[in-house]
Design a protein around this ligand. Structure first.
Ligand SMILES: Nc1ncnc2c1ncn2[C@@H]1O[C@H](COP(=O)(O)OP(=O)(O)OP(=O)(O)O)[C@@H](O)[C@H]1O
Length: 255
């Protein structure tokens, strides 16, 4: 299933947040949204997920979701959103229970997603026993359990320290390489965008408009740490954003 954003605009009262956003999110690709603080990235993710309706324009789902998909649009949040009293397995099984899936069928799905996120040995652990990176892997396993058409990821690594972020980026690349998933991925971090994004959408300062869409052809599995091509692309992204990021920052200081 592909997603097409067709001339989306959105406002909150008098505050215009997004203006005329048209974009394709192709199946099996990771599309990163970057832009200055407050430019409407999280708002756009909520509009794609159907949590809010745009004041103008449409979010179109093209084609059928994958067979067996329980929830076409599934979120992964920055703060993991795990239930502390449930084990790793219990947190993943919760989303299956919501769909009436129990017993052998649930066991098989849970075993698959825990293996894909390297958590099989930690199925009985509680969230408080896990590192931040492992907690986010549980959240990703829970999202994968519903076999989503699109994973909507809102700064999924920003609560983690830099080493854990590197490890989790490697995990996401390995996960995608074994079985491609589709994601809209909001991040402040341009290094993350060039490591993970097939397509990087640069938004302007609020009201967010598309300034440029940068495609990166290099396969995810070949994108290493400190790759010269990626660093060039990252610099280009920063050149596009620098002045507006500064203006957005100063606007926040005036509030
Ligand atoms: N529910 C809401 N009601 C009113 N204003 C809102 C609401 N949600 C977001 N906004 C405003 O819309 C603008 C865009 O917010 P949003 O969180 O989408 O930006 P962002 O690019 O994700 O920001 P950041 O990079 O800082 O996370 C901000 O000015 C914010 O204050």
């Amino acid at each position: 299933m592909d997603i097409r954003l067709d001339a989306i605009s959105h406002s909150y009262g008098d505050t215009e947040v997004l203006r005329d956003i048209s974009l394709e999110i192709p199946s099996g690709r990771i599309v990163c949204l970057v832009g200055p603080s407050g430019c409407g990235k999280s708002t756009l993710l909520r509009l794609i997920g159907g949590l809010e309706r745009p004041v103008a324009g449409r979010v179109l789902q093209l084609g059928a979701p994958p067979e067996g998909c329980l929830n076409p649009l599934t979120y992964v949040f920055q703060d993991f959103a795990l239930l502390p009293w449930r084990s790793v397995r219990g947190n993943v099984s919760l989303v299956l229970e919501d769909h009436g899936i129990r017993g052998h069928r649930a066991d098989a799905i849970i075993a698959d997603v825990l293996a894909r996120t390297r958590l099989s040995d930690f199925a009985d652990a509680l969230p408080r026993q896990l590192s931040g990176g492992m907690k986010q892997r549980v959240a990703i396993a829970r999202a994968l359990a519903v076999d989503p058409a699109v994973m909507l990821m809102d700064e999924p690594l920003s609560a983690l320290d830099s080493q854990t972020r590197e490890l989790l980026m490697d995990d996401l690349i390995a996960l995608w390489t074994r079985q491609p998933f589709t994601s809209v991925y909001v991040t402040h971090n341009l290094a993350e965008a060039v490591r993970l994004g097939h397509r990087i959408v640069v938004l302007s300062r609020r009201p967010g408009q598309i300034r440029e869409v940068v495609e990166i052809d290099k396969p995810l599995s070949e994108r290493g740490f400190a790759d010269a091509d990626l660093e060039r692309t990252q610099k280009h992204l920063w050149d596009l954003m620098r002045e507006e990021a500064r203006a957005a920052d100063e606007e926040l200081l005036d509030v």
